[in-house]
Design a protein around this ligand. Sequence first.
Ligand SMILES: [Fe+2]
Ligand SMILES: [Fe+2]
Length: 142
Amino acid sequence: MEWKDEYSVGILEIDDQHKLLLRSFTAIEESIRLDQGWSNTHYAILDLNQLARMHFTFEEAIMHMFGYPETEAHQNEHQQFFSRMASIERHSLKKSAEVEMVQFLRSWLTMHILGSDRGYAKHIFSGAQVVRSVREPLVHIG
Ligand SMILES: [Fe+2]
Ligand SMILES: [Fe+2]
């Protein structure tokens, strides 16, 4: 699955992480297409799962930091991805499940990047400020 410029959310770090996710997904696709065996495919699935975990944690931290109002709904989408991944990991032995898995991952990643991830990026670019603590900062300059 090729990265396209239209996938950019305008935040370099996020785009870089999304590129890694797509590369990892491509490894799953390739493993299946080239019939590289169950172990290889399973390893690729675990890799995507781990990358997704890091990436989603990063995104959720940013959303909290900038007070994004849709944070909870977005977190739910991430959670649904993991639920589906858990069932994929259990069923990846079955050849019949592979086509469905690839279709799910492809459409989920595309829709999420083009849809939900744009939401928090738009919020940040609209001038959102970092949520400040109620207390005064401990360090005063001057
Ligand atoms: Fe996300
Ligand atoms: Fe994302």
